[in-house]
Ligand binder design. Sequence first.
Ligand SMILES: Cc1cc2nc3c(=O)[nH]c(=O)nc-3n(C[C@H](O)[C@H](O)[C@H](O)COP(=O)(O)OP(=O)(O)OC[C@H]3O[C@@H](n4cnc5c(N)ncnc54)[C@H](O)[C@@H]3O)c2cc1C
Length: 403
Amino acid sequence: MDETETSTRKSGHSILNCMANSSGVSAPRELILIGGGHTHVLLLRELGKNPLRTVRLTLVSDVKDAPYSGMLPGHISGIYSRAEMQIDLPRLCNFAGARFIHAKVLGLDLARKQVLLPDNVAPVAADLVSINVGGTPSMEDVAGAEPWAIPAKPVPELLRGWQRAVATAPGGMGPFHIVIVGGGAGGVELALAMHSQVGHKAAFTIIHGAPQLLPGHNSGVHRVMSRLLEKRGIATIMNARVVEVVADSVRLDDGRCLPADFTFWVTRIAPPAWLAESGLDTTPDGFVRTGPTLQAINYSWIFAAGDVVAIEGQKLPKSGVFAVRMAKPLENNLRAYLSGNSLRNYKPQRRSLSLIGTADGRAVASYGCLAGRSVLFWHWKTWIDRRFMRQFQNLPVPFSSIP
Ligand SMILES: Cc1cc2nc3c(=O)[nH]c(=O)nc-3n(C[C@H](O)[C@H](O)[C@H](O)COP(=O)(O)OP(=O)(O)OC[C@H]3O[C@@H](n4cnc5c(N)ncnc54)[C@H](O)[C@@H]3O)c2cc1C
């Protein structure tokens, strides 16, 4: 994205204490947040309430409105408006006293300590960097996937594809096929949400590479969801991989060809390639390797959080719940780093509750070995999601603006 916008609140309460540079002129330390993911939006909100007094804060994001994934299927099934599921990043930055740069980060120059932006935008100098850029479903190895399939992320791309599908679906019960590749929680929830809107005029199929949908969830969840999909007439194909996508079909690894007017790609995510290309220590699949303090293994001034991170010795699910829970430890460790105190380890919860909407005013709850589906769980989910979003809609007046 080549558009660049910057905004800093005039009161600039994040630029208070400064370090003297070589010419004796005071300069603030530069903390650059890359990506407005779930961790950074919470971090910015906290920094708005309790500013860092030793830095100039900048967020670089390729979108101005950060989508909240918990509400995405609800938006597709017509429950939430787009505005309700998005966080206005320039506004949040204004509250946090941060500069907002609307641009896609292309890489890091680790030797010069710079964040690299597209050609017409000067690199941004950094003393401290935090990366929260998530990932996108991996499509690289599949012929025709990039031109023809619609990835679940970035979310704006998914929503554009979905709008096209809705507009194209024929009025009658024509031969119109929607294929969802990936039967994890995101893929199943998305399929149910889409089906609730166009299921009367489209045939749906979920293709999943493993023997069981919703890996990582218990057998009760598997049973409830399998029955529900069957009842709704959503076909499932297990143990199959898509090896080619074309305009109107997908080909599976066993040679079968399925009609597909629209193919949505909701598989395991891959992080952006620039992380490894910049010289950060990454896993073989490109996730940033960090220690339990969320600092990159090979650069202590670089922090990472959310889906993009691979914390040594931990195997965390790629989920918004964990990205959200990393916000407080990240904030504490950034403060500790800046003040020269010792950093503390992030300790993830052993179990987390998942509430998966079923697009009928109910949700499936999954916690450890417990499973259930009810209206109550849906109300609980909407209450949690709306409460999360309220934090960004009703931003309190920052203390520095109070006369
Ligand atoms: C359909 C679907 C439903 C889901 N539902 C749930 C759910 O109910 N609960 C749950 O816990 N998880 C859910 N997930 C998973 C959840 O979306 C992710 O785990 C979560 O979004 C990860 O958060 P994050 O903070 O790591 O990054 P993200 O939320 O992915 O945010 C990353 C941000 O960085 C920006 N960015 C990326 N690259 C750059 C760049 N180079 N320069 C600048 N900015 C950049 C992106 O535009 C984005 O705004 C769902 C996923 C899908 C696909």
